[in-house]
Design a protein around this ligand. Structure first.
Ligand code: AMP
Ligand code: MG
Length: 411
């Protein structure tokens, strides 16, 4: 690494993330819930398939089922019955006989092959086969999709919409999941007012707890929203103590920059073991992480973009680990930047970008423009981060850059 990026006193982003994750012990308490409520919950146990899917050999086509051995010396078979989805053939399909069968219907037990109806001519109860088949054609076998006893989902998997459907398709009615985390949100700052209130001179509207609330909804945790806490030592102490008592994690925003709102630091130092980190990332340099008596603490910077980015890239992975969830791998791509990018070496940049397909059909990214850490609108128009390594300087148009697509936490 060159001298420029071993920026003294700044902790590299990857190191901060790794240190934080290794300090976290996941929650292991589990509860059993019905699958209707299992979306976005984390499995506390491996789930094995209790059944074969499909449950029986069935036809992949509308046509006629028969025994391949009967087709070696004749192209005509006698029709003896039919098998419909949900109404299987219950008779016996014997030598030189066949059964009308519909897609998905159960194969008669003595049959092994299906011919599609387009290749058959039917006269009264005789079926004339116009093409040749090999054994097993057009048959879907029991357990072909999922075999009984097969490991379906491993413990630690966060259940997606498709996963819930899969569980239903196997007849699984309930699953054991990790209990929901309780996360307390605290916004600090005398200047903050909730939307709907009138602003007095010097005030701004509070937005961090609102973006965080959305992310917490996507994370499927229970939120204890403490709202706005004024920059006053007793109020901050009371709020942090209350939050710690009732939550597994406390996330505050504001008051972690150098020399700013000293009460926050003072109170946190009194209450727990909190590290005040300066991370070599932009946006989002100041960040606090540590342990309160009952909970983990995440102190986000106050600037709205810094708060969102540090919550997304640091707090969310940490909370996911707390949920005993498998590590989530964000999608990263190398694409050409259509715009030049301003950057000075020293910190890892997470610039806001828009990835799109140009007229030539190539994927490219362009900057959203001004990258100030207070400009939340730059985040709203973006659909990805342009991730520039700490030692990188300015980037020319046409260079390849790494982008990380925004995921459901920001959508
Ligand atoms: P601080 O870290 O408290 O110095 O805050 C840095 C900047 O972010 C200041 O301009 C604050 O007014 C602003 N800020 C802090 N908290 C919030 C919040 N919850 N919503 C919107 N802006 C905030
Ligand atoms: Mg403040």
């Amino acid at each position: 690494m060159s001298d420029c990026c071993s920026a003294p006193g700044l902790m590299p982003f990857e190191k901060a993330l790794a240190e934080m994750l290794s300090a976290i012990s996941p929650v292991t308490e589990a509860e059993s819930i019905v699958i209707e409520n299992s979306l976005d919950r984390v499995l506390a146990e491996d789930v094995y398939s209790p059944v074969n899917v499909p449950p029986h050999n069935n036809s992949a086509m509308d046509g006629y089922a028969f025994r391949i051995e009967d087709r070696t010396n004749t192209e005509r078979l006698t029709l003896v019955g039919r098998s419909m989805a949900g109404q299987p053939f219950t008779g016996v399909c014997g030598k030189n006989e066949c059964v009308r069968i519909m897609t998905g219907a159960k194969m008669p037990s003595s049959c092994d092959t299906v011919e599609m109806q387009e290749n058959c001519q039917v006269e009264n109860d005789t079926v004339h086969f116009l093409s040749f088949r090999k054994e097993g054609d057009n048959v879907r076998y029991a357990g072909e999709d999922i075999a009984k006893g097969h490991l379906l989902f491993a413990k630690g998997r966060k259940l997606s919409t498709i996963d819930v459907g899969m569980l239903a398709s196997l007849g699984v009615a309930s699953v054991a999941v990790i209990r929901k985390l309780k996360v307390a949100l605290i916004a600090t700052g005398d200047e903050l007012k909730q939307p709907g209130m009138a602003l007095t001179d010097g005030d701004i509207y509070e937005s961090n707890s609102h973006t965080l609330m959305g992310m917490m909804t996507r994370l499927n945790v229970e939120v204890l929203n403490f709202g706005i806490i004024e920059d006053d030592k007793a109020s901050i102490r009371a709020a942090f103590e209350q939050a710690d008592k009732n939550a597994d994690a406390v996330i505050s925003s504001g008051g972690v920059s150098v020399g700013d709102a000293d009460y926050t630091k003072e109170v946190l130092d009194e209450l727990g073991e909190i590290g005040f980190w300066k991370i070599a990332m932009k946006p989002g340099k100041p960040f606090a992480f540590g342990k309160l008596p009952n909970s983990y603490f995440f102190g986000l910077p106050g600037n709205p973009v810094s708060a969102v980015v540090t919550a997304h890239l640091l707090a969310i992975p940490a909370l996911s680990k707390m949920q005993s969830c498998h590590a989530y791998m964000p999608i990263k791509l190398m694409v050409k930047t259509a715009t030049a990018l301003r950057k000075s070496p020293g910190r890892m940049d997470f610039q806001r970008g828009v990835i799109s397909t140009n007229a030539a059909g190539e994927t490219e990214v362009h900057s959203t423009g001004s990258q100030g850490s207070g400009i939340l609108s730059s985040m709203a128009v973006a659909n990805c981060y342009i991730v520039l390594p700490a030692d990188k300087g300015k980037v020319c148009a046409g260079e390849s850059v790494q982008v990380q697509l925004f995921d459901s936490y920001l959508a």
